[in-house]
Design a protein around this ligand. Structure first.
Ligand code: HEM
Ligand SMILES: N[C@@H](CC(=O)c1ccccc1NC=O)C(=O)O
Length: 298
C-alpha cells in the first residue's frame, strides 16, 4: 500500500497557526465586518432573502473594483499611456462577464419566494445604487436627473456631482485621439462634460479613417474596439437584469417607483460611445476581385 493516504492530507511542519500575533486571512480581509453585514428583514424569516442580499453585495463589491479600474484607465489615457489603460479595461471586461454570469444564481429565486419578502424592501431599489450610477457617469451616460435620489447622503451626492463634471472615459479617449493627430472637432473637446454626449459627424469621420486603415492606426483601432466590448458587456448585464426582473415580478411596478420592466427596457436604447456604432454603418464593404457591379442576384 502507498505511504500516502488518499483520504487525508497530512499537514506540513511550516503551516502557521499562531495568529495571536501574526496577520491572519480573516484579519487581512476584515471578514468579521464583511460577514456581519447581512441583515435579512423579513418576519417570519425567509430562507431566500440571504440570496437576495448576497447577490447585491457581491455586485457592489465588483462595482467597487470597476470604479477603481476605470478611474485608473482615465488617468493613464490622460498621460498618453494607452497600453496600461487597455490592461485596466481588459480587467473590467472580465469583471463584467462575472457580474453577468451571476444573474443565473438570482434566477433560481421564484416569484412566489420573492413575494414572501419583497414588501420588507419597502422603497429600496437598485436604482439607488450609488456605485452603479458612478460607473454609468464614468462611461459617459451623464444625467443630472439621477442626483436627487442621492440627496439624503451628502458624501455620495457630492462624489456623483464631481463625477458628473469630470471627463468620462470616452471624453479621455477622444482627447487622446486629438493629441495623436486625429481631427476631433474643438466643440467636442471643449464641450460641457456634465451634459449627455451626442454623436458628432466629425468624430464619425475621424474614426472612419482609423477603421479604414487598422494597420496604420492599430493603437486607436484596438482602443476603440475595447470600448465597444465594454459597452456590449454593459448592455448584456442590463439585458440579463431585465430578463431576471421579468421572470420574478412580471409587469409589477418597481419598489423604486418606476414602471418596472418598461423603464429598464428603455435603458437598452442608450449608448455610451455613439460614434463607435455610427462608424460601422459608414465602413465601405470591400468588393471581391474581378467584381463589375450588379445587384447580386446573378
Ligand atoms: C429580484 C431581483 C430584482 C428585481 C425584481 C429588480 C427590479 C428592479 C426594478 C423594477 C428596477 C427599476 C427601478 C424601480 O422602480 O425599482 C430596478 C433597477 C435597478 N436594479 Fe434591480 N432588480 C433586482 C435585482 C437587482 C440586482 C441583483 C441588482 C444588482 C446590484 C440590481 C440593480 C439595479 C440597478 C443598478 C437599477 C437601476 C437601473 C437603471 O437605472 O437603469 N437589481 N431593479
Ligand atoms: N426594485 C425591486 C426591488 C429590488 O430589486 C431591490 C430592493 C432593495 C435593494 C436592492 C434591490 N435591487 C434591485 O433593484 C422590486 O421592485 O422588486
Amino acid at each position: 500500500m502507498s505511504r500516502h493516504s488518499r483520504s487525508r492530507r497530512d499537514l506540513e511542519q511550516g503551516i502557521e497557526s499562531d495568529f495571536g500575533r501574526n496577520l491572519s486571512y480573516g484579519a487581512y480581509l476584515d471578514l468579521p465586518t464583511l460577514l456581519s453585514a447581512q441583515h435579512p428583514r423579513a418576519t417570519p424569516p425567509q430562507h431566500d432573502e440571504l440570496l437576495f442580499i448576497i447577490q447585491h453585495q457581491t455586485t457592489e463589491l465588483w462595482l467597487r473594483l470597476v470604479i477603481h479600474e476605470l478611474t485608473s484607465a482615465c488617468t493613464l489615457l490622460g498621460a498618453d499611456d494607452h497600453r496600461q489603460a487597455l490592461k485596466r479595461i481588459a480587467r473590467v471586461k472580465h469583471i463584467q462577464a462575472s457580474m453577468t454570469e451571476q444573474w443565473s444564481v438570482l434566477a433560481t429565486l421564484t416569484p412566489s419566494e420573492y413575494a414572501r419578502f419583497r414588501a420588507f424592501l419597502a422603497t429600496g431599489s437598485g436604482f439607488q445604487s450609488w456605485q452603479y450610477r458612478a460607473v454609468e457617469f464614468m462611461l459617459g451616460n451623464k444625467n443630472a436627473g439621477m442626483l436627487p435620489v442621492f440627496a439624503h447622503d451628502e458624501e455620495q451626492h457630492a462624489e456623483l456631482v464631481r463625477l458628473l463634471h469630470r471627463p468620462s472615459l470616452y471624453d479621455e479617449v477622444l482627447a487622446w485621439l486629438a493629441r495623436r493627430g486625429h481631427a476631433i472637432p474643438a466643440e467636442v473637446l471643449e464641450r460641457d462634460v456634465s451634459e449627455p454626449y451626442h454623436s458628432h459627424p466629425g468624430v464619425v469621420e475621424a474614426l472612419g479613417r482609423v477603421y479604414a486603415d487598422p494597420q496604420r492606426f492599430w493603437a486607436e483601432y484596438e482602443t476603440a474596439e475595447e470600448l465597444v466590448d465594454l459597452e456590449d458587456n454593459f448592455q448584456v448585464w442590463r439585458f440579463r437584469h431585465l430578463k431576471t426582473v421579468e421572470r420574478i415580478i412580471g409587469s409589477k411596478r418597481g419598489t423604486g417607483g418606476s414602471s418596472g420592466t418598461p423603464f429598464l427596457r428603455r435603458a437598452l436604447d442608450l449608448t455610451f460611445f455613439p460614434e463607435l456604432y455610427d462608424v460601422r454603418s459608414a465602413i465601405q464593404d470591400v468588393e471581391p476581385e474581378g467584381y463589375h457591379g450588379g445587384d447580386g442576384r446573378g
